[in-house]
Design a protein around this ligand. Structure first.
Ligand code: PMP
Length: 368
């Protein structure tokens, strides 16, 4: 028998390491309290849950333009609805940005310890990812700018960044943008933007409204509590929005996703509650870890709904991860992203944050 060749994937696709999501259950299948994916511990707005059940029959396609939702987003942020593009989660928008503007031979820059999807987004369109060195787990604008070449097509920057929680202030974002060539697309990923206090706003929307080379992305997965519905969006110059609209799936935001996101946007009480909860519980948790002082647990400053904690003492991140799992908590350990010495804690309910802080204190004490 002659063996026939099997279809061969493109070599740049073969080089991709698939995204590894946080675990949601223990080794024995026992459900754990999941604080590994930066979901909203308060759940979802009641109004969004109700709207989700009142949608048109699933036999009908959704509005391909998500018009009502785009108009509500635009109104909330003082944008033009025509400058908003919707995605199946903001992941889709990030992928479309890479696909629309980069290809084989081109370079895509992001910072070390950046969001894992940037690498996949760059590689899947055949572009070469270029990783800029960090500055103590934050973004080093000068180091990033030093890597820009005539092949650079896209720069991805999460602000706040995941998994580090680091945040670039307005002046640094402006400086980065001003120094980039005008034909490089700067993608400012604000998946955690709603958690940033208004006075610390980074000016990304203003840049996207006034320049041809800036795309800002946001999501309904975090403060709006709709990660399971997969809704994200981007805003930028009309030419960018047009490019992304041409290559996105025509019905990429489902009927229930559009309806629940629209209602969630209007439930300002729920957003306010989620914001305040995060601010208070993050400070409380960080305070407890800082009180452990000499045990070498170092929480990094965070503007997001999670905290990255470095384990620099006798208690290792891996041992802490396993000890927390034994106590019913699943957090994020990221050895695959070059962070074997760190755990990322999503800010959950107070009872859980207190229990984890107590467990860490106990384990650090026992480790010596
Ligand atoms: N950007 C960042 C920085 C994120 O952390 C996430 C979620 N983990 C996303 C984008 C994508 O979120 P989604 O696709 O759910 O909108």
């Amino acid at each position: 028998t002659t063996s026939k060749p099997a279809p061969a994937p493109k070599p740049w696709i073969e080089a991709i390491h698939a995204y590894v999501p946080g675990k949601s259950a223990g080794a024995d299948g026992r459900p754990l309290i999941k604080l590994s994916a930066n979901e909203n511990p308060l759940g979802t707005s009641e109004a969004a849950l109700a709207a989700r059940l009142q949608t048109v029959p699933p036999s009908l396609y959704p509005d391909p333009d998500s018009r009502a939702l785009r108009e509500a987003i635009a109104a909330r942020h003082g944008l033009e609805a025509a400058r908003v593009v919707m995605g199946t989660g903001s992941d889709e928008i990030l992928n479309l940005a890479a696909q629309g503007y980069a290809g084989p031979g081109d370079e895509v820059i992001y910072v070390r310890y950046g969001f894992a999807v940037y690498d996949i987004a760059a590689r899947r369109c055949g572009a070469t990812p270029v990783v800029a060195p960090d500055a103590d787990y934050g973004t080093d604008v000068d180091a990033l700018l030093g890597l820009v070449t005539e092949k650079t097509r896209v720069v991805f920057l999460a602000n706040p960044n995941n998994p580090t929680g680091s945040y670039l202030p307005k002046g640094e974002i402006a400086r980065l943008h001003a120094a980039l060539p005008s034909d490089v697309l700067l993608v400012i990923d604000q998946a955690y933007g709603e958690y940033v206090p208004a006075e610390d706003e980074d000016g990304a929307f203003a840049l996207a409204a006034t320049h041809e080379n800036v795309l800002v992305t946001r999501t309904f997965s975090k403060i709006f509590g709709l990660a399971g519905e997969r809704v994200g969006w981007g805003t930028g110059a009309p030419a960018i929005i047009d490019t992304l609209n041409r290559i996105r799936g025509p019905f990429n935001v489902s009927v229930t996703a559009q309806a629940s996101a629209l209602a969630a946007l209007g439930d300002t009480a729920f957003i306010e509650r989620s914001y305040t909860h995060n601010l208070e519980e993050r400070a409380r948790f960080v305070g407890k870890l800082e009180a452990l002082g000499n045990h070498g647990l170092r929480p990094l400053p965070s503007q997001a709904n999670f905290v990255l904690v470095l384990f620099e003492g006798a208690l290792s991140a891996e041992a802490a991860y396993n000890g927390l799992a034994e106590r019913g908590y699943i957090v994020r350990w990221l050895p695959g992203q070059g962070l074997p010495q760190a755990l990322r804690f999503t800010i959950g309910k107070r009872v859980d944050m207190d229990a984890m802080a107590d467990a860490l204190a106990e384990m650090a004490e026992a480790a010596g």
